[in-house]
Design a binder for this molecule. Structure first.
Ligand code: Z5A
Length: 214
């Protein structure tokens, strides 16, 4: 019987360095001989990527918070059924740039939507699937925005102001506290070399533990 793959997610607020560090994590896992699929949310399939474009695009019409939440779960459902679940079932590990913790943080914390609504959608769309390991890259919101600001034109989320991202960060940290076995927080404020040393330090024992499981 094929052993189910592990599901690892990377989270964090604006400018925290997810894109930069996910490549480092990917290379580390591949070096361990792990068959890996790298993906992202919202997105990960052609249809889910179209939904991502709708979510990120700035337009005159304000997107209602519930519309945003439902679009995120629509993309997630597609991503799960087409990509994540088949990969895990086939024994591949999945490394995703964001997943449902982002929904609790951005839509729950940032937008102030009812958490029970998110929990309900999570249960209906994901069933029992939850990440096996989540790395939260954490940074002071102002420093993160400074880093992200260097990248040019802002999308609909990036265009939000400081208080929004403060609420997102707070919600992420709360969520991490609620699942200490699954979630690890990495201080993303030092130099890239130091951040990557911290990532390796938390990743190494976890990966050994996963590989040793029957
Ligand atoms: N969203 C949501 O609302 N609800 C959900 O459920 C999900 C998502 C799944 C798109 O996500 C939006 O979707 C997201 C939330 C929403 N919006 N926001 N904000 P995304 O993950 O695709 O977008 P992003 O947050 O902009 O992520 P990103 O592109 O991966 O950016 P990043 O984390 O900020 O990473 P970066 O590009 O690697 O780093 C930013 C800059 O900092 C870059 O110039 C780096 O070179 C630099 N950097 C990185 N690390 C360092 C260190 N250590 N020192 C100095 N400089 C550094």
């Amino acid at each position: 019987m094929i052993k189910r793959g592990k599901f690892i997610t990377i989270e964090g607020t604006e400018g925290v360095g997810k894109s930069t560090n996910i490549e480092f994590i990917k290379e580390y896992l591949v070096r361990q001989g792990i068959p890996l699929l790298l993906t992202r949310e919202p997105g990960g399939t052609p249809l889910a990527e179209e939904i991502r474009e709708m979510l990120l695009k700035r337009r005159d019409e304000k997107m209602d918070e519930s519309t945003e939440l439902l679009l995120i779960f629509a993309a997630r459902s597609q991503h799960l059924q087409q990509v994540i679940l088949p990969a895990l079932k086939g024994g591949r590990w999945v490394l995703s740039d964001r997943f449902t913790d982002a929904t609790y943080a951005y839509q729950g914390g940032g937008r102030g939507l009812n958490i029970s609504l998110i929990t309900d959608l999570e249960e209906r769309i994901q069933g029992e699937l939850r990440p096996d390991l989540t790395l939260l890259l954490d940074i002071d919101v102002k420093l993160g925005l400074e880093r992200a600001g260097r990248r040019g034109e802002l999308d609909r989320f990036e265009n939000e102001q400081l208080p929004f991202f403060e609420k997102v960060r707070k919600a992420y940290l709360k969520r991490i506290q609620e699942s200490p076995d699954r979630c690890m927080v990495i201080d993303a404020s030092p130099s890239l070399r130091v951040v990557q040393e911290s990532i390796k330090k938390v990743l190494e024992p976890k990966i050994e533990e996963f590989l040793a499981e029957n």
